[in-house]
Design a protein around this ligand. Structure first.
Ligand SMILES: [Zn+2]
Length: 237
């Protein structure tokens, strides 16, 4: 019994040391090239929410994603992958498959919200806080390491969410609805920092006009591109 306890304590010490080594100073290793997967939500037969007679969520999310790619393709150290680059149907599962655990450093899903009435307005950012749920019973060293790695991704997701919030605030001043933790299917189980941003409400008259405006879309793309650059700079230090 005592022997078992000592072994467990040793396991915990080793895993904590391993974790500290893995995460010391920076969120993840300095790399020559970082990869971000941008997910323009909806597409094809799935229009998402409708903004105007000619513009729906799928078009706005794709336009912004393409602008982000255009911005970041100019950098030497950031590679952008889009889950779709045309107006096509793509399942959530296939979107998630674009994330390669070995090479992807960040996943950003772009959406537009809709409310039940026409009062709701503003942007909000989601991250998912648990992929395994609360563990029950005996916790072994494997579970401890998994928990630690998961909490690292959560911390990094929150870090990116804060950077995005700061930059999107410049486009939509005082319209932030906060950074929230919620089960989001497209983020759930991804082994990389990942967020979903809801840029505003298609059900709000001023909001939908802004979101359909190409200049505003460009400002959003610039804000998110800046956030991605800042994220990789801060995590590479
Ligand atoms: Zn959506």
């Amino acid at each position: 019994m005592r022997r078992h306890c000592i072994t467990r304590v040793l396991y915990i010490i080793i895993t904590v040391l391993l974790f500290l080594t893995l995460t010391s100073a920076s969120a993840f290793a300095i790399k020559d090239r970082y990869e971000v997967v941008i997910d323009p939500a909806h597409g094809g037969s799935d229009s998402g929410v409708i903004l105007t007679r000619s513009v729906s969520e799928k078009e706005v999310t794709l336009a912004i994603a393409k602008m982000i790619k255009q911005n970041l393709d100019k950098t030497e150290n950031i590679r952008v992958k889009l889950t779709r680059s045309t107006d096509t149907d793509i399942s959530i599962r296939d979107r998630k498959k674009m994330v390669d655990k070995a090479t992807t450093d960040l996943f950003v899903s772009i959406h537009i919200n809709a409310g039940f009435g026409n009062k709701s307005a503003g942007y909000e950012i989601y991250y998912t806080s648990s992929k395994r749920g609360t563990s029950s019973g005996e916790t072994g060293s494997k579970e401890i390491v998994e928990d630690m790695i998961e909490s690292r991704y959560i911390n990094d997701s929150i870090l990116f969410a804060q950077l995005a919030q700061r930059n999107i605030e410049k486009v939509f001043p005082r319209e932030g609805r906060g950074i929230r933790s919620a089960p989001v299917f497209v983020l759930d189980g991804l082994s990389v920092p990942a967020i979903e941003i809801e840029l505003g409400f298609a059900t709000h008259i001023k909001s939908k006009k802004k979101l359909a405006d190409e200049e505003i879309q460009k400002s959003i793309a610039d804000g998110l591109s800046k956030s991605i650059k800042e994220f990789f700079t801060s995590s590479g230090e």
